[in-house]
Design a protein around this ligand. Structure first.
Ligand code: 5GP
Length: 177
């Protein structure tokens, strides 16, 4: 494992992440039994979480992906969101769960919810590994949350800083960049 001065204290260990992802997988398996579950991963940050989550499901699920660019500084989102890669298939009539790495201001989540709601899924929910509820700017309903975390910029387990650190098996605070 690379040691790097930019990596600050560890917030969530690999074991804690693993345990919580198992619990979320069990919850989704219960709630979507007999349904038509489609997990929509938000590229790129949610890929690690999604791939672990889907292996914990005891029900069938399909996957699709959407990539968005959220404008702002490197560590702060502005709420202006653009779709870079859209879903491959329609979601009409599907039970859709958006799988996000982190919800911070909630602006990206709100945009995704309204954009996908317009395509008439049967149900639409959000599953976020991390949520910074202290700083939520808009009130978006997040059905499944892995961990509430303090208002600090974090990296690892899919989360990057300038495209680095996604592969860390834990979530850590970024020390002053
Ligand atoms: P929001 O629109 O909720 O403010 O921000 C959502 C996006 O901002 C996330 O999907 C993520 O890409 C990025 N983001 C917000 N907080 C963090 C953080 O602490 N670490 C990293 N790496 N990305 C973050």
């Amino acid at each position: 494992m690379a040691t790097d001065e930019a990596i600050g204290r560890v917030l969530l260990t690999a074991e804690e992440l693993d345990r919580r992802v198992r619990e979320l997988g069990a919850a989704l398996s219960r709630d979507y039994e007999g349904k038509n579950l489609l997990l929509v991963g938000i590229l790129k940050g949610a890929v690690f979480f999604l791939s672990d989550l889907v292996r914990q499901l005891q029900i069938p699920a399909e996957l699709d992906f959407i990539a968005v660019a959220s404008y702002g500084s490197a560590t702060k989102s502005s709420g202006v969101v653009q779709i870079l890669k859209d879903l491959d298939r329609p979601i009409e009539g599907r039970d859709v769960v958006i799988v996000e790495d982190i919800v911070d201001s909630g602006l990206t989540a709100r945009y995704l919810l309204s954009s996908l709601q317009g395509r008439n899924p049967r149900t639409l929910e959000i599953c976020a590994l991390l949520a910074k509820s202290e700083v939520r700017v808009v009130d978006v309903p997040i059905r499944y949350v892995g961990f509430e975390i303090p208002n600090e910029f974090v990296v690892g387990y899919g989360l990057d800083y300038q495209q680095r650190y996604r592969g860390l098996p834990y979530v850590a605070v970024l020390a002053e960049p």
